[in-house]
Design a protein around this ligand. Sequence first.
Ligand SMILES: [Zn+2]
Length: 269
Amino acid sequence: MSNRRLYTSISRFLTKKSPLNPTSSLNSHPRLESSRVLSRSFTLSLETTSLWTCYNLLSSNSRVSTKNFCSKSEDKDFGRCWNCGAVATSAPFLACTSCRSVQPLDPSIDYFKIFGLEKGFEIKDENLETKYKDWQKKLHPDLVHSKSEKERTYAAEQSARVIDAYHTLDKPLLRALYLLQLEGIHVDEEKTVSDPELLAEIMEIREAVEEANDSQALKQIQSQIQRKLERWSNSFGNAFKNQEFENAIKSILRMTYYQRAIEAIVKKL
Ligand SMILES: [Zn+2]
């Protein structure tokens, strides 16, 4: 195989979009779709001038002030309910405990805070799904369909954000990307692989997957790649803990590749 063909095929294999869209009964929510695109590509753009975009910008760059991008929100006192004036007694304050009104998005609440987790790669909370469902019981837009337009907007934004937070934290690769995003680091997941060792490995796996004709062989390859994915996830966790961002990015690129390889296998199974 010529070098040109080799690069083309690797590139095609690597640049295939990973289906990170989780299944959800709320899949058709337009804001949710847009938020997923944001979380997947981690490309922050000012083209979408929604409060949502503003939130992501704030998360990735704490130097950006709320005032610059969040003019849409009229209720800036995040420690007090916009509806009844009650002071927030619990954190995060997404819905009022007194009058149950859904509160506007507070840029200081990141995905980890939404679920009461410490910011980090290791998540030892098996109740993430339960917490997510509890939030939806308080924030779902259907609950406020008869309320003011303002509160309906808050509910749509808060609910979409909680969905995005859950699906991001639930998946190691997305969680890793989000952690770097919070540090203001953009990872180009489509970056061309230049490491010869990794290139050789990519080709080896690709050929093995192509040649595997039965599910047993495919599953064997899948479990090997899964182990590699776990190894590099651990590497990311350590690098992030030690603030070694270059190594963290290197680990993420590996994780991205292995994740896509697993998806290619699952498709063939
Ligand atoms: Zn209230």
